[in-house]
Design a protein around this ligand. Structure first.
Ligand code: COS
Length: 388
């Protein structure tokens, strides 16, 4: 059981501080970040000073040390701003630090986790490849042992924060005779390692200011001590990290859905048509009500999944349910909020237009909706078979 780090008053105070920071600093910067495709350095510095790179990282490593239930409440607040602000801190709080904390050794934890918590070091998580996306077990990046080293060759694709990252969690095949996830090992690779290069960032639909790029390994020689966990178990390292990460994505969807509802409500109450605010029309009210109900359901799912994680349960089903539901709902809500804005919602100065583009990726990354469906069904069938 991972106990809460804060008493309820201190948590409420922290959430209030983040809510103010989001309203005063992040939301006013959104339009500029979208236009310039860069988050200003002063905002990144404030986020570091507030501990937002280490929300989930234990206090002994310099993080805020929040348990999962507390962390998702922080994400609900933080993610009322454009998701790029959370994405730049996301791998430090999620896939990157959690792989090292849960599967790394003491030396790896001592070396990497503290600078991840402060944001001095940025992590990237390298699973996807040009020919291996949903079928993550088909990855072909190879890690061939050479004495007390491994030599990495291959390309990783769509790697969030690759342009800024100082360390890369890399899943690579150490045993080419084994198919699928078996034969895959995980490594922590430092950016300065010869043979590692990062391509030009990809241009993309939304989440401007958060960057992704290919990471290329060309005869990249790393010490064998860079392995995370046990040889041949790297696929499971990635899957366990994704179980936790998907709860975070679902929490982001809930936060941004709340924001979208605020935007829709403000516009509907201020915009008169046919002699009264459009909020007084029942067809508009139905869109707001459905959006609120779906967001509330997503919030309950995220909190339940987080509590189970804190109790040490395996949460593959709950994480996939929450990620699938909250990301699909968020897509519907963004669409409704553009609809409420009418033509104004199609204009780039409008927050609804930006957020509509930003949230599309939630149904794609850390596993598409269809992959979440496969995981839920796989685990249901597996547990029924185990009972019979
Ligand atoms: N926790 C622990 N172990 C897990 C696990 C989890 N969440 N999920 C799978 N495993 C284990 C399985 O138990 C199995 O172990 P054994 O071989 O010892 O029985 C092994 O890993 C292989 O699992 P499985 O057979 O389910 O693997 P598949 O190749 O069929 O994987 C999915 C299928 C779809 C689950 C996987 O490829 C996936 O998650 N794809 C999406 C990847 C993704 O999200 N990419 C986004 C990029 S990262 S930002």
């Amino acid at each position: 059981m991972l106990a809460p780090a804060l008493d309820s008053d201190t948590l409420a105070e922290l959430l209030q501080t983040i809510r103010r920071f989001v309203s005063d600093r992040l939301i006013p910067a959104e339009e500029r970040v979208d236009r310039e495709d860069e988050i200003p350095d002063d905002i990144l510095a404030e986020m570091k000073a507030m501990g937002l790179y280490g929300i989930t990282i234990p206090a002994e490593f310099g993080g805020l040390g929040l348990n999962a239930e507390e962390s998702v409440q922080v994400f609900f607040e933080l993610c009322r701003a454009a998701p790029a602000f959370r994405s730049v801190t996301g791998i430090n709080n999620g896939l990157g630090s959690s792989s090292i904390l849960h599967d790394g050794n003491d030396g790896q934890r001592a070396k990497y986790v503290r600078p991840l918590a402060t944001g001095e070091l940025i992590a990237a998580f390298c699973l996807t490849e040009p020919d291996s996306g949903s079928d993550a077990g088909a990855l072909t990046t190879s890690a061939v042992r050479d004495g007390d080293h491994f030599v990495l060759n291959g390309t990783k694709r769509f790697i969030t924060n690759a342009p800024q990252a100082g360390i890369f969690i890399v899943m690579a095949r150490t045993d080419p005779t084994k198919a699928g996830g078996a034969g895959v090992s995980a490594f922590v690779v430092e950016r300065e390692t010869p043979g590692l290069s990062v391509a030009k960032p990809d241009r993309k639909m939304g989440q401007k200011g958060a960057h992704l790029a290919d990471v290329i390994f060309d005869a990249c020689r790393i010490p064998a001590s860079a392995m995370l966990g046990v040889e041949g178990q790297g696929f499971k390292v990635a899957m366990r990290a994704l179980d936790r990460g998907r709860i975070h994505i679902a929490a982001m969807c809930v936060g941004i859905s709340e924001r979208l509802i605020d935007e829709g409500l403000s516009y509907a109450m201020a915009r008169p048509q046919f002699g009264k605010p459009i909020a007084d029309f029942q067809l508009v009210q139905a869109m707001l009500a459905d959006s609120k109900a779906e967001t509330y359901a997503g919030r309950c799912m995220v909190l339940d999944a987080a509590r189970r994680l804190d109790r040490g349960e395996r949460v593959s089903i709950e994480a996939s349910c929450a990620k699938m539901f909250a990301s699909e709902a968020c897509g519907r809500i963004a669409d409704r909020v553009v609809q409420i804005h009418g033509g104004s919602g199609y204009i780039s100065e409008c927050a609804a237009e930006r957020l509509y583009r930003d949230v599309r990726v939630f149904r794609l990354y850390e596993g598409t909706t269809q992959i979440q469906q496969l995981i839920i069904a796989r685990d249901l069938i597996k547990s029924r078979r185990a009972m019979s």
